[in-house]
Write a protein that binds this ligand. Structure first.
Ligand code: FAD
Ligand code: SF4
Length: 478
């Protein structure tokens, strides 16, 4: 049956006033009945345009049809055929530019809520799996059922692969290789695996127990994690080969923050969004029982218009700031963050200063920030990216009264691996150069995710991890 309702079934959410004071997840997830109702909005289009909009080609109409029938396990199996981290993608993918952007229902109303359905199905499956594990553990006290509580047994093929970086690219590559029997060790610079999923995206968008559960699944598959290991410092990629690894995948991301190089950027009270978010998310600065120092301020300007800027602004609100500004140099039509994050930020009272650009950070005699001097902008001709170029309105300078400035204007690639791996070539964006199969110019060295493309998305990083795992399998299988 098809339901021709023009709008999505709304997502239950925490009230904006309440949630702006806590770090619990904003969106609460569909109930089974809501998911079935939403799935019934699918038109079962013959050409399946939504599938083409998905970077990993999840067979969307097939899984949505199973949800409509109430067969959630079958729906999960279809999704997990192609997507390694569906609980994460259902929450953070920019669906409006991907699958939902191509949905035919969207032509005359709102598209089918494909992301919400993916989240529902994968949460449903995870809850069932947890129940079954708990039951198996209890039953294991009875020897008869012990086998159900044991680790997933995959026969090893005896070949060792190293993965550098435990973000979505590295985790996906590790998972696929372990599934094929490789002995995989993941080396991660930070003290916890997950990459941006752990240190960047806040708890209220992506609960960290979901990331931890994905890591645990990989451990059960035999993947070993070595944290606090900066490859290129502790050991080089070349030394990993000497240690017996036969292939290396590099998924080190693009986490080096950019600054504007404007006067006053070294004043006390200016920091990068990456540092701010890492202190809050990875180092739990929002919890009173942790000692992590976090910039405390009442009036905060976050510079930028991407997901990172929205996350920093919404964290600042939750950390107790009275006034939080987003300062973005283009208009709402060009803003790059996910539509849902912008909507949530507005609901939570973030003040959007659009068509404004900082020219200097202003400070007092003790070196502390007291304001952000900005100019107004107007949109001129389109630039190479197709977006209209912001042009300064002469004489429009003004000062925003703030005591903290968070820079969220993008990140760059860290060159450490390129500089410490013999003869490894870069691409023209400054990332690690690869062919379509994620192979670099160095024999046995593969790379993918933000380390190759520059800052992109979780699903693209995952897709690159998958491609690399298939190429490594082919390379070592020869
Ligand atoms: P990363 O996730 O960056 O992981 C790389 C890992 O490698 C890190 O853990 C790092 O510590 C480790 N590492 C680096 N150097 C070394 C080394 N030398 N040795 C060992 N380990 C190393 N995308 C979306 O699709 N939706 C969103 O809503 C979204 N929101 C975002 C919010 C924030 C705050 C940020 C920063 C990014 C966001 N993104 C979002 C982008 C997305 O998270 C990234 O594109 C994605 O995580 C890239 O995955 P990756 O595996 O390539 O790299
Ligand atoms: Fe269903 Fe939308 Fe895909 Fe058409 S495009 S099959 S309506 S999800």
């Amino acid at each position: 049956m098809i339901n021709l309702k023009k709008v999505k079934n709304p997502m239950p959410e925490q009230d904006p006033i309440v949630r702006a004071g806590n770090f619990e997840e904003v969106a609460e997830g569909y109930t089974a009945q809501m998911a079935i109702n939403e799935a019934m909005r699918c038109l079962k289009c013959r050409k399946k345009p939504c599938t083409k909009g998905c970077p990993v080609m999840v067979r969307i109409p097939e899984f949505v049809a199973k949800v409509a029938e109430g067969d959630f396990e079958a729906a999960y199996q279809i999704i997990s055929d192609t997507s390694a981290l569906p609980r994460i993608c259902g929450r953070v993918c920019p669906q409006e530019n991907q699958c939902e952007g191509f949905c035919v229902q969207g032509l005359h109303g709102e598209p089918v809520a494909i992301g919400r359905l993916e989240r529902f199905v994968s949460d449903w499956h995870a809850a069932r799996e947890e129940e079954m594990e708990a039951a198996a553990l209890e039953a294991a006290e009875d020897d008869e059922f012990a086998e159900f509580a044991e680790e997933e047994v995959i026969e090893s093929n005896g070949r060792k692969v190293a993965v550098v970086g435990a973000g979505p690219a590295g985790l996906t590559c590790a998972g696929d290789l372990a599934q094929k029997g490789y002995e995989v060790t993941v080396f991660e610079a930070l003290h916890k695996p997950g990459g941006v999923l752990a240190y960047g995206i806040p708890e209220f968008r992506l609960p960290k127990d979901i990331v931890a559960a994905e890591v645990k699944k990989l451990e059960k598959r035999g993947v070993k994690f070595v944290n606090n290991a900066v490859i290129g410092k502790a050991e080089t990629v070349d030394e990993l080969f000497e240690d017996g690894f036969e292939a290396v995948f590099v998924g080190t991301g693009a986490g080096l923050p950019s600054f504007m190089n404007i006067p006053g950027e070294n004043l006390l009270g200016v920091c990068s969004a990456n540092e701010y978010l890492t202190r809050i998310n990875l180092m739990k600065g929002y919890l009173p029982e942790y000692d992590t120092p976090v910039q405390k301020a009442n009036r905060i300007a976050v510079v930028g218009g991407g997901n990172v800027a929205m996350d920093a602004a919404r964290c600042a609100k939750r950390m107790g700031a009275e006034k939080v500004y987003i300062v973005y140099r283009r208009s709402m039509d060009e803003i790059p963050a996910r539509a849902e994050e912008i909507h949530h930020a507005i609901e939570e009272g973030i003040d959007f200063q659009l068509l404004k650009n900082p020219v200097a950070v202003v400070g007092d005699e003790n070196g502390y920030v007291t304001g952000l001097e900005c100019v107004e902008m107007e949109l001129g001709e389109a630039d190479a990216s197709g977006r209209r170029r912001p042009v300064v309105k002469e004489g429009s300078n003004f000062v925003l009264d703030v005591d903290c400035v968070i820079m969220a204007i993008g990140t760059k690639l860290n060159k450490l691996i390129l500089e410490t791996t013999e003869n490894l070539e870069a691409n023209d964006r400054g990332g690690i150069g690869t062919d379509e199969g994620a192979a670099t110019n160095r024999d046995g060295v593969f790379a993918g995710g933000d380390a190759v493309t520059g800052a992109a998305t979780v699903i693209l990083a995952m897709g690159a991890g998958k491609t690399a795992a298939a190429s490594i399998d082919e390379y070592l299988g020869e």
